[in-house]
Design a protein around this ligand. Structure first.
Ligand SMILES: [Cu+2]
Length: 371
């Protein structure tokens, strides 16, 4: 019903515009075309100036309304470079905006049709063309070079002391992984993915069925689960970004960072958090403040809910948290955990990771029963 109504309104508006145009045509014939054109020119010239002034007031007004709604200071050291690029771009384009807009509307008014004035015909001017080609080319080159230098910094080699965290997007949440004691991320294989206990498909065990060999480095990898990822204040953090299904995007607006999560092609990003979450709660005067990971790529119907939380903590707090985390292999198979308190039966009787099992999961379930 509302569709028909909208169509009817649109048709009506067209009819009205057509009728007004037709009426003004008749008026011109009655008044004499020449005279009415001159009158129109004057009105249009005045409207151009009015539009310029109203437009500039509106620009200022928008600025006043929106300036407090932008994010505050960058929460990462490297993000400051993004902010300075942003300001530089706003200044450069802002100057061009004001000069061109003021000239555009002022000239339309100033050089409106007048009797005894003939338009000056300028066919070609090489010097002018060189100037307006070379200056923007130089300015844009400078902006692009600054951008590329920063891009290569963020996506390049992270400092040696960086904490490395893997983050994998899936429909519709994020999975984090820490390398564990050996500092090496174990290999994974997508056919090993099991949302019940191996959401990343880590190669814990040999699996003849899918012809994969176990990777010992995967045994101590930590997959905390949940929405929170812990990083450390003043210590660079390198994200290795993956996707399990479609293209997602790790959006870290407080840190001014953002990177696509592409299935099959790991991407990386590093930055150094400046303030802990606790400090930010005070700075922002908001007890509920959290650093957010938003998925910045339309990835499906649950896209809106794909929110992660970055907890920036001190090194001591991080160590305390990390000491509570168990490698996900031992979470999935508590009976394999050497640090677990031995049960009444002799725990050494439990075989080490089944190496020849037809299927890792079922092999483990059977050992669990045996135990
Ligand atoms: Cu997503």
């Amino acid at each position: 019903m509302s569709l028909y109504f909208t169509i009817a309104v649109i048709i009506l508006v067209f009819v009205i515009i057509f009728q007004i145009a037709k009426a003004s045509e008749y008026v011109e014939i009655l008044k004499g075309e020449e005279k009415s054109r001159k009158q129109n020119n004057k009105v249009n010239g005045f409207l151009m100036i009015a539009f310029l002034i109203l437009g500039l007031i509106a620009v200022y007004w928008c600025h006043e309304i929106l300036k407090d709604r932008t994010l505050g200071e960058s929460a990462s050291v490297e993000g400051e470079k993004v902010d300075s690029m942003m300001y530089l771009t706003i200044v450069v384009t802002g100057i061009v905006f004001f000069i061109t807009q003021i000239l555009l509307f002022w000239f339309s008014y100033k050089y409106q049709e007048k009797e005894n004035r003939k338009a000056f015909f300028l066919a070609h001017n090489n010097r002018l063309e060189v100037i307006w080609t070379v200056i923007p080319a130089i300015v844009l080159t400078v902006l692009v070079v600054i951008g590329l230098r920063n891009w290569f910094l963020f996506t390049g080699e992270a400092p040696k002391n960086a904490l490395v965290v893997e983050i994998t997007g899936k429909q519709f949440n994020w999975i984090y992984r820490y390398a564990g004691q050996d500092n090496i991320f174990g290999k994974k294989y997508f056919r090993n993915i099991d949302d019940a206990n191996n959401s990343l498909g880590l190669l814990w065990e040999d699996n003849a069925l899918i012809n994969t060999k176990a990777d010992p480095a995967a045994i101590d990898d930590i997959v905390p689960g949940g929405n929170d990822v812990y990083v450390i204040k003043n210590r660079p953090v390198k994200l290795i970004i993956n996707s399990r299904d479609v293209i997602h995007d790790v959006g870290l607006n407080h840190f001014r960072m953002k990177m696509d999560a592409v299935p099959g092609i790991p991407t990386t990003l590093w930055f150094t958090p400046k303030f802990t979450t606790k400090e930010m709660k005070e700075r922002e005067n908001n007890p509920d403040f959290e650093y957010e990971i938003s998925c910045d790529q339309m990835c499906g119907n649950g896209h809106y809910s794909m929110k992660g939380i970055v907890k920036v903590v001190t090194q001591a707090e991080f160590d305390a948290w990390m000491s509570t985390q168990k490698p996900s292999y031992y979470v999935a198979f508590p009976d394999k955990d050497p640090t677990a308190i031995p049960a009444a039966t002799d725990s050494t009787a439990v075989p080490a990771p089944a190496t020849a099992g037809v299927n890792g999961t079922t092999a483990n379930k059977s050992t669990a029963k045996l135990n």
